[in-house]
Design a protein around this ligand. Structure first.
Ligand code: ZN
Length: 120
């Protein structure tokens, strides 16, 4: 773990995300959503993460196949990369998820991958 901020981008570069430090681990979740977007999730309080996006470059998706939904998944409208998720405002959760795949292989190589069973 380092305390140096790291910045990643979507494939086209329209969305930039800066984390306060390299996370200790990422979660590789096997739920239907995470499997399809290929997320490797790390978690931070939203006020510690800086997200810069060109106008119109971010879109949110709220899955409708669950009885209870508590987050929206965000992706770049130009290249399609899923960059992060945010808790829905009514959930009052001080945690967001960032897809560490946006940060490149050199960052991923330093981080443990935990497999999480989010499907069952
Ligand atoms: Zn993009």
């Amino acid at each position: 773990m380092t305390d140096t901020a790291i910045t990643g981008t979507c494939h086209c570069g329209a969305v930039r995300i800066t984390l306060p430090r390299t996370p200790d681990f990422v979660n590789q979740c096997n739920c239907t959503m995470c499997t399809k977007v290929g997320g490797l999730w790390c978690y931070f309080p939203p006020d510690t993460v800086q997200i810069e996006a060109e106008p119109g470059a971010l879109a949110a998706y709220v899955r409708a196949d669950l009885d209870e939904t508590w987050l929206s998944t965000h992706h770049c409208t130009r290249c399609g990369c899923t960059t992060h998720w945010m808790p829905l405002p009514e959930r009052d959760l001080d945690r967001m998820g960032v897809n560490l795949r946006m940060f490149g292989e050199d960052v991923l190589a330093r981080v443990a991958v935990r497999k999480v069973d989010g499907r069952s």
